[in-house]
Design a protein around this ligand. Structure first.
Ligand SMILES: C[S@@+](CC[C@H](N)C(=O)[O-])C[C@H]1O[C@@H](n2cnc3c(N)ncnc32)[C@H](O)[C@@H]1O
Length: 524
């Protein structure tokens, strides 16, 4: 450290002690005002320099400055010529004003403002190095109007739906997204509880989907070097760019960021399934009990391969024109491109209320019965034989050749060919089927199994909830299971859909009915 930097750090520590003492623990608790120990701040900035490279120039930002422990550590680690700009926000003048005075002769711009209300910068004003120990204000200390404002803003900024039970630090994380350059680095010193608790889900989703999560380090309570407050903290490193395929995240524990006591690299795919991240790096991936997946709740089948859609699927008008018996037909869903909404209602007979109404020929009778009782249908089937349809592979392997496989209507069907770049962000759609219609093989059909089948029967309103949950499945989780074809087309097989994580659905069930892994015992 240069002499001036060391001197300023000594003065900063004195200032911190004085300001903390004047404030009192209760008040500091309410505002989440706990300073980062110098050693850790220096370690974090040193680590940032290792990631960025020794020649990197930085535009630095600390959204929750306090007296400026991270700025001080920045100066200790980066040559002054490489610090292009530096700024810090501090809402509390008690800390902010003396901090501004302390750093007045350096390049640090101290903004005495509420970070969560500040307008984000444009282009070249954004930061490529953001280091933050955000205020740890628990959710019950955030007033409801503020919570709503923060939730809306975060959703707008990075798409994350922060839970009402989340602490202020989760909003800081989300709001910072737009303050960073593409590819910029951020190091967050935050409570590690987000790794395991329910409210942390949206944070984890953000970390896995919107940015590249590089590294999570946690402290060992046996290490006396940091104050008690850090025992339950984690340092989270992210790069502001989408994650590469087959990305792996470094989990470390104890020791220092550079020389941890324990270390493990865990794939994003595993993290997506695993609800308790705090088990890493101590546990092996193989030891992790998988969370619930869709096949724990549904039998998934591909829709029907009719043998020849033109022959077996007819409109009501065609059936009438050919004077075929209606009892020989079952309603069937049209192809997804004719479905405008994601919900199909049925009329009194269970036929789908759609503009395109289609019916599948599946007569329950033998050939002899048809010949005797339904001459028009007999003639139609004879035509199928003449044109070679009956001899085709699928028909040839059925007995009789015109009998369809058993596919009762399913309450949920999924379109399984999709493009990941769709505007809606959802490459695959789940459709709620309230009709009696079956589906052809352009769909995957989801049949609820026990216990969800029973519970849905007892509580019909649950059907809609389950459907909503299905549509909330993170697109990446589905794309992760799918295969990619030319032009970015993704295809999902029944087994692959079955492997998609479905922890949210488990939550709809009483605990006793949840499948394996849904009530994990925390072993770590
Ligand atoms: C946990 S302290 C960290 C301070 C310093 N960066 C450090 O690491 O020592 C968080 C700081 O954020 C400030 N703060 C709280 N809410 C804020 C807000 N909305 N905007 C800006 N600063 C805020 C608090 O006053 C406190 O000084």
């Amino acid at each position: 450290m240069g002499k001036k930097v060391t001197e300023l750090e000594t003065r900063r520590l004195e200032l911190q002690d004085r300001l903390d003492a004047e404030k009192g623990t209760l008040e500091r608790n309410r505002m989440g005002q706990f300073a980062t120990p110098t050693k850790l701040a220096v370690e974090m900035l040193g680590y940032a320099r290792t990631i960025l490279g020794p020649d990197a120039t930085v535009r630095f930002l600390d959204p929750a400055l306090g007296t400026g422990s991270f700025y001080s550590a920045l100066c200790a680690n980066f040559p002054a010529t490489n610090i292009h700009s530096a700024a810090g926000f501090e809402i509390d003048r008690h800390y902010g004003v003396p901090a501004a005075e302390l750093w007045s002769e350096t390049g640090l711009e101290v903004r005495l403002e509420d970070f969560t209300r500040s307008a984000e910068p444009e282009g070249s004003e954004k930061s490529n190095l953001l280091i933050c120990n955000p205020p740890y204000v628990r959710h019950h200390h955030i007033d409801s109007g503020d919570k709503r404002r923060l939730q809306l803003r975060v959703r707008e900024v990075c798409g994350a739906e922060i839970s009402g039970l989340a602490g202020l630090y989760c909003y800081f994380l989300g709001l910072s997204h737009n303050w960073m350059t593409g590819g910029g680095l951020a190091g967050w010193l935050i409570p590690s509880e987000f790794m395991d608790v329910n409210y942390g889900k949206s944070v984890k989703r953000y970390l896995l989907d919107e940015v590249t999560l590089l590294h999570i380090h946690r402290f060992d309570p046996m290490d006396a070097q940091f104050r008690d407050a850090l025992v339950s903290s984690a340092v989270v490193w992210i790069k502001n760019e989408p994650p590469p395929d087959e990305h792996r995240v470094r989990f470390t524990y104890g020791g220092t960021l550079d020389a941890p006591k324990m270390e493990k690299s865990v794939s994003s795919e595993t993290l997506r399934r695993e609800s308790k991240w705090a088990r890493y790096p101590a546990k092996d991936e193989a030891e992790v009990i998988k969370g619930p997946i869709l096949s724990d709740f549904f039998k998934i089948k591909r829709g029907l391969a009719t043998g020849n859609n033109g022959f077996f699927i007819l409109t009501a008008r065609e059936i009438e024109q050919k004077r075929l018996p209606l009892e020989a037909f079952k309603p069937i869903l049209p192809s997804p491109r004719y479905l405008l909404g994601d919900e199909i209602r049925g009329d009194r007979d269970g036929n789908p209320l759609l503009d395109t109404r289609l019916f599948l020929l599946d007569p329950p009778w033998t050939e002899a019965e048809i010949e005797k009782d339904h001459p028009k249908l007999w003639a139609y089937l004879e035509q199928g034989k003449k044109t070679g349809i009956a001899a085709r592979y699928i028909c040839r392997h059925r007995a009789p050749w015109y009998r369809q496989e058993r596919r009762p209507p399913a309450p949920f069907v999924c379109t399984y060919l999709g493009r990941g770049d769709k505007k809606s962000g959802r490459p695959f759609r789940f459709i709620l089927n309230d009709s009696r219609a079956t589906a052809a093989n352009v769909y995957l059909m989801l049949y609820p199994q026990e216990p969800i089948a029973r519970i849905m029967q007892d509580r019909p309103e649950l059907k809609r909830r389950v459907w909503e949950y299905l549509n909330e499945i993170c697109p990446r989780a589905m794309l992760g299971e799918s295969r990619v074809y030319g032009g970015g087309l993704h295809k999902l097989e029944p087994k692959e859909l079955g492997n998609v994580p479905a922890a949210a659905i488990a939550e709809l069930l009483p605990e006793a009915d949840r499948p394996r892994g849904a009530n994990q015992i925390e072993l770590f």
